[in-house]
Design a protein around this ligand. Structure first.
Ligand code: GLV
Ligand code: MN
Ligand code: MN
Length: 414
């Protein structure tokens, strides 16, 4: 058959995405399926059965990363890997990560149905806990695999409420596999990740495919403030040690420094206030800072500036401070050949395509350190993501999957 004419099955991709959307569905049309929860297990079980239906060998590693392998003609050659994550934010949408895994599955099914034997192995992956919204940090499965964090660190992480431990939960759902979680176990030639853009550029400009040149660096910090709790009524305003008030100033600092430095984004997204009572002065605040830039040194410099100002505020407000770096991943510049291939394939398929940059973090930040990588973006309606109303038209999902199909065919037959 003429491989050029091959297309994925748009209806089947839609049905598969809809099945996924039913596992952990929220009232507002979103999805809540955090890593190592019962919903995650339910989705993984179905996904593994789909891989087996395509005749794949399925490998589950110590971090619960799932690899479906379709052997190529020449098993000595490096494999082509593609995938993303099936976990979501809490709550999140139905497409972030999920399109990358189920789009890769659709590519695999298309190749399988047409009895196409590739030169190289094709590996499709579901990486564990990309989101990091429930168990921080993000990109846990791909991060351990790439050697950015240790397995022991990942296993010991507690959920956002501090009640459960990641390694125990992974074991409980039956996905703490035996296979070593280590990139050295794999011989790779290149990798692609299909994903929704999660920003407004493609949607605003009416462009069908985005070809990012890479991903911003991502730095996560955790800050802890200690105040002195007291009855709010009798305690004078002077001399209070109000941890929440100190935090409020610090949040403004994050915003101010980010604007001053430029070419970066900085966000406080999570805060825990203790004891969180309207008539007790807060004595403990924990908050997070997320900093992203194309320039890793720039991000570090911004954090140092923020921290210096935090210390001054903490001193003035009588609230001792402790700050730690929880996680960091460097910016990921993609392989020029694979990046160009995304653009060329899109144009050959008759889709409009734009070169851009990824502000969102992805498993590809880790995978790209180990092998040549590139990503394929499709538009997010109104540029919304990490929200329940996250949406991408199914026709656009299909276009992205077709670009992935032809990038994979070309690369796996080289
Ligand atoms: C990943 O979801 C991110 O925070 O960019
Ligand atoms: Mn994602
Ligand atoms: Mn996400």
């Amino acid at each position: 058959m003429d491989l050029k004419e091959l297309r994925i099955n748009e209806d089947r991709l839609r049905e598969t995405l809809e099945t996924s959307a039913g596992i952990g569905a929220t009232k507002n049309n979103g999805l809540e399926r955090c890593a190592a929860t019962d919903e995650d297990k339910q989705m993984r079980d179905i996904y593994v059965s789909w891989l087996k239906e395509c005749g794949c060998e399925v490998v589950i590693d110590e971090m619960g990363n799932i690899f479906g392998i379709r052997p190529g003609k020449n098993r000595e050659l490096g494999a082509v890997l593609t995938g993303s994550h099936l976990d979501t934010q809490k709550p999140g949408g139905r497409f972030d990560g999920i399109l990358g895994v189920l789009g890769a599955l659709e590519v695999l099914r298309t190749i399988h149905d047409n009895n196409i034997q590739l030169e190289r192995d094709l590996i499709i992956t579901d990486w564990t806990n990309e989101e990091g919204g429930w168990f921080a940090p993000a990109c846990m499965g791909s991060g351990v695999w790439a050697g950015n964090i240790t397995k022991e660190f990942a296993y010991a992480r507690k959920d956002r409420d501090g009640k459960t431990v990641f390694g125990e939960e992974l074991e409980r759902i039956g996905y703490k596999g035996d296979f070593p979680c280590d990139h050295k176990q794999w011989n790779l030639y290149g990798a692609y990740e299909l994903h929704i853009e999660q920003g407004p550029v493609l949607y605003r400009e009416g462009i069908q495919i985005g070809a990012p040149k890479g991903i911003l660096c991502l730095h996560w910090y955790d800050v802890y403030l200690t105040g002195a709790a007291n009855q709010v009524g009798p305690t004078p305003m002077e001399g209070r040690s109000d941890a929440l008030l100190a935090f409020s100033e610090m949040n403004l600092v994050v915003n101010k420094v980010t604007h001053q430095m430029g070419a970066m984004v900085g966000t406080v997204g999570e805060i825990q206030n203790h004891p969180n009572s309207r008539n007790i002065i807060p004595d403990g605040v924990h908050f997070t800072v997320d900093i992203r830039s194309w320039d890793d040194d720039h991000a570090v410099k911004a954090w140092e500036m923020m921290k210096k100002e935090f210390e001054v505020i903490a001193e003035r407000r009588g609230c001792p401070i402790r700050a730690e770096e929880t996680w960091k991943v460097e910016h990921a510049p993609f392989d020029k050949v694979l990046w160009d291939r995304v653009v060329n394939v899109s144009e050959e398929l008759g889709y409009t395509c734009k070169r851009m940059i990824s502000g969102a973090g992805h498993d590809m930040s880790e995978v790209n350190k180990i092998t040549r990588g590139a990503m394929i973006f499709v538009p997010s309606i109104n540029g919304r993501s990490h929200v329940e109303c996250e949406e991408t038209p199914y026709e656009d999902c299909a276009k992205g999957a077709n670009v992935l199909l032809h990038c994979v065919l070309r690369t796996a037959n080289e």
